[in-house]
Design a protein. Structure first.
Length: 201
């Protein structure tokens, strides 16, 4: 039985199990995709709001946002970066022929390279943290994905379901890609994500 206890918003960020969660929720017919021209919000379904649209959605739907249960997924910042980098390389990205240091010193901008920006530059804390407070009601950790997703299902009143593995990237452990110099550069740029969400290298 999949009947939500209340309205639910899922704020999806890139390289955080989005394809896996989306697939299973669509199979169960309990997912609605938000777009700027959406006619109405079906409160019987989980509303997926892409990270790139989150600020405008929140601004224009503040009452619905405030009354809804909001969740998202976070991921180890180093691991997410490597996954995003490898994923963007498959898209004929401008990142080709650049090493980690080159990318960190010249991160993609939303004006010139929006796809890469949302996968690499835009931090998770920029989306979820306002006035030093987490505005999500529940955070799933990618590293504990299935267990945290099970607990989410319990919280919002739907049956537990096994997540598939979708849209993965092949790469070694993130520690194989960083040296002392790039670790330092990375920490300075993603410090808030690392410290706020309690990740360690």
């Amino acid at each position: 039985m999949n009947k939500l206890k209340k309205s639910v918003i899922w704020v999806r960020r890139a390289r955080c199990a989005g394809s896996s969660i989306k697939k299973i929720l669509q199979e169960k017919n309990i997912l609605q995709m938000w777009t700027s021209n959406l006619d109405f919000i079906d409160k019987s379904k989980i509303l997926l709001v892409p990270g790139r649209n989150f600020e405008s959605f929140k601004k224009n739907n503040i009452e619905y946002f405030d009354e809804s249960f909001k969740f998202s997924v976070i991921r180890n910042p180093w691991d997410r970066f490597i996954s995003g980098w490898k994923h963007c390389l498959k898209k004929d990205s401008f990142l080709k022929n650049k090493n980690i240091k080159d990318i960190l010193l010249d991160l993609p901008t939303i004006e010139k390279h929006p796809y890469d920006y949302w996968h690499l530059t835009k931090t998770l804390s920029e989306t979820f943290i306002e006035n030093n407070k987490n505005i999500m009601d529940y955070i799933i950790k990618f590293e504990n994905l299935q267990n945290d997703f099970d607990l989410l299902c319990d919280k919002i009143g739907i049956e537990r379901m096994i997540l598939p593995h979708e849209n993965g990237t092949l790469h070694n452990h993130y520690s194989n890609y960083f040296d002392e110099e790039t670790k330092e550069i990375f920490f300075k740029k993603y410090k808030k994500d690392i410290e706020y969400f309690g990740y360690k290298y």
